[in-house]
Design a protein around this ligand. Structure first.
Ligand code: ASP
Length: 309
């Protein structure tokens, strides 16, 4: 990889994205074994530093590290000296002095993983920073689409919902465009970032038009924790116009798949039926998240192993 840290998809070359996806293919096989463990990162230490809640990302980084035989430490801000007002950067320096091989950081403020990376000698993996980026989510989404469709190049990917506040949307826009897909975004006007088309996407305020001919439809959670003010009249109205259900999916291609990064607001951005059944691939995304994060840890935390040959 050309950079020591994985801070965002914006910084990656298409070939680097494909290298991570290809490495993840090998990791899937390890997950199918009776003993799901290989010695690749034995003797390495990975610190999970999560300042925002997480279920899937934190658990899958922990499982991924353990499957590679690394020692994984989950650092919890609520029971640390952050409670005694130690700053994030001092906390990071303290952890760095214990010589970890990678630090996985999630924070509610955009740019914190970059600031942590600036003071650490270990590689930093961004596990989601504010409304900025969530690179491993986009990588596992690309992996899932390639698994389901056999390719990414030439597909039409429609991302629906709170584009403005979604780090998943930003990372996926970069990733799918870099891999040759057409990317559309659809949302009520206040949830579309100004000038979003400058990123290379097509923007729609009509869901029907955005879904026309789509191969992949990705619903996003409304980021209530990042909303200040009203962006739509009510959850009910949002669901009627932008919530995905089987009837609206008829506008997309017959074999279109439905994705969601989780957690799902059932009945708001996705109907219960669609959340639980095909063509939704939500649990495939979760499953692939482990293999994808194994690949990321191998390529970033294993650098010294690789360099030492
Ligand atoms: N889990 C994803 C994230 O952390 C998506 C979401 O929370 O809506 O960004």
């Amino acid at each position: 990889m050309s950079q020591p840290n994985l801070l965002g998809i914006e910084d990656l070359e298409p070939a680097e994205i494909l290298r991570i996806l290809d490495a993840a293919e090998h990791m899937v096989e390890i997950g199918h074994r009776a003993v799901k463990k290989v010695p690749t990162l034995r003797g390495r230490t990975i610190v999970n530093l999560f300042f925002e809640p997480s279920t899937r990302t934190r658990a899958s980084f922990e499982i991924a590290g353990k499957r590679l035989s690394a020692d994984v430490i989950n650092f919890s801000p609520s029971s640390s000296s952050l409670k005694k007002s130690e700053s994030i950067l001092d906390t990071a320096r303290t952890l760095d002095a214990m010589d970890p091989d990678a630090v996985v950081v999630r924070h509610g403020v955009a740019g914190v993983p970059k600031r942590v990376a600036d003071v650490l000698s270990a590689p930093v993996i961004n596990a989601g920073d504010g409304a900025h980026e969530h690179p491993t989510q986009a990588l596992l989404d690309c992996f899932t689409v390639r698994q389901q469709k056999g390719r990414i190049d030439g597909l039409t990917v429609t991302i629906v919902g709170d584009i403005l506040h979604s780090r998943v949307a930003r990372s996926n826009i970069y990733a799918f465009l870099k891999l040759g897909a057409e990317v559309r975004v659809a949302a009520p006007p206040p949830m579309l970032p100004p000038h979003v088309e400058q990123m290379g996407v097509k923007a729609f305020t009509s869901l029907r038009e955005a879904l026309d001919g789509a191969d992949v439809v990705m619903a996003l959670r409304i980021q209530n924790e990042r909303l200040a003010g009203a962006y739509f009249p009510s959850a009910r109205e949002y669901s009627a116009t932008f919530g995905l259900d089987r009837a609206k999916m008829r506008y997309a291609k017959d074999d279109a798949i439905v994705m969601h990064p989780g957690p799902v607001n059932r009945g708001v951005e996705l109907s219960h039926d669609l959340a639980d059944h095909r063509p939704s691939v939500i649990l495939d995304q979760v499953r692939n998240g482990v293999a994808l994060r194994m690949a990321v840890l191998y390529l970033y935390a294993g650098r010294r192993t690789a360099d030492e040959g």
